[in-house]
Design a protein around this ligand. Sequence first.
Ligand code: 4NP
Length: 146
Amino acid sequence: MVCLGNICRSPLAEGILKSKLPNDSFFVDSAGTANYHVGNPPDKRSIAIAKKYQIDIAHLKGRQFEVSDFDRFDFIYVMDESNYNKVIKLARNTNDTAKVNFIMNEVYKDKNYDVPDPYYGGDDGFENIYNMLNEACENISKKFIQ
Ligand code: 4NP
C-alpha cells in the first residue's frame, strides 16, 4: 500500500487489508513515496478512524518506498496518480511495472480513480477514505482467499 507520506492513507489501507487476510500466509505493508514522515506513527485521524472500526494501526511506523519493494511484494497498490507516477519511475522492468495498480481499480476497474489525500482536510475526509479503502480491501481479500 503506497501513498505520499505513509501516515494517512496507506497505513489505514494496510490495517484494513491485514484485518481481512490470514497473517500467516499474507504479508501486507505500506510505504510513502516521500521521506517526510519516516519513523513516524500514522496521523492521529487515521489511527482514530481505524480504531472506530476495531483496527489498531497506532504501532505502525512510516517508511519510504524503495526499489527492493518490487522484489518483496507481488502486488503494489497506489492511492493516487502522483503515487503511481513516482512508483513507476522506480520500476526497473515490465515485471516491476505490472505489479503496480491503483487500489480503487479493485472496485472501479481501469478507471484509475484517486483515493483523495485527506491530510489538509477535516475528519470527514478520513471517514470517506476509510469507506473507499474498506470496499477495495474487501474485493482484494475475496480475490486472494477464494
Ligand atoms: P498520505 O497523506 O500520503 O495519505 O500519508 C499525507 C501526509 C503528509 C503529507 C501529505 C500527505 N505531507 O505533506 O506531509
